[in-house]
Design a binder for this molecule. Structure first.
Ligand code: URA
Length: 215
């Protein structure tokens, strides 16, 4: 397998010098993302908050602590997965990122995904979900694994979760998020089984039909 690290390190340096949108002028540190670049699971949140902006690391505040707790329940640590955001700079006063900011930042995330090639992308919150599953409602797709073809990326499986920050102080959302989170290993197992099946099928005949929903 080729070493991903040189192209990954180069990309991170490029991201840290980005000037593509006005957020660069108001943020303190750009937060490119971090973790295991050989992981099978990539988590994608919304944008850095105050603590992330100060440290340059994603999900290090209260939402990050909650994310780490949930990772532990499925026997993972943050060093086992990759964590990034759809927007790499903190929007002023933690406002929602504007569509043009998400658009300007998209090539960075696209390149990160292309290098890492995760089996599963777990979106955290509505903004990350909308980037990959436009027109969907998070209340309807959370906890579901969906296979989609993204023009720049090809076929990819997405698993939508509520944002840990939204669930942190909302008891019922918190329970839903924890329950959805527990299914991540099962989703991965199904993806791996399907890959095996597709390999077998393609060694025999033509392409398998594209599936939209795994379950
Ligand atoms: N919320 C996010 O969406 N991303 C972070 O990095 C931190 C909080």
């Amino acid at each position: 397998m080729p070493d991903k690290n040189p192209s990954y390190q180069k990309l991170i340096q490029e991201i840290k010098q980005c000037q593509k949108c006005p957020l660069k002028k108001t943020c303190h540190l750009i937060v490119p993302g971090e973790g295991n670049i050989d992981t099978q699971i990539m988590f994608i949140g919304e944008a850095p908050g105050a603590k992330e902006d100060k440290t340059g690391h994603p999900f290090v505040g209260a939402a990050g602590k909650f994310l780490e707790e949930m990772l532990e329940t499925i026997q993972l640590k943050r060093k086992d997965v990759y964590i990034a955001n759809i927007v790499k700079c903190r929007p002023p006063h933690n406002r929602d990122p504007f569509p043009e900011e998400i658009q300007a930042c998209w090539p960075w995330l696209e390149k990160q995904i292309k290098i890492i090639q995760p089996l599963l992308i777990v979106t955290l919150g509505r903004h990350a979900m909308e980037k990959f599953l436009p027109g969907q409602k998070i209340s309807q797709v959370h906890g579901k694994a969906l296979r989609r073809t993204i023009p720049e990326l090809g076929e990819q499986v997405f698993y939508t979760l509520y944002h840990p920050a939204a669930a942190l102080y909302n008891g019922s959302l918190r329970q839903v998020l924890i329950k959805d989170f527990q299914r991540i290993p099962q989703v991965l197992k199904i993806i791996k089984k399907e890959i095996q099946k597709q390999k077998l099928q393609s060694s025999f005949s033509s392409q398998p039909p594209e599936q939209e929903s795994l379950f």
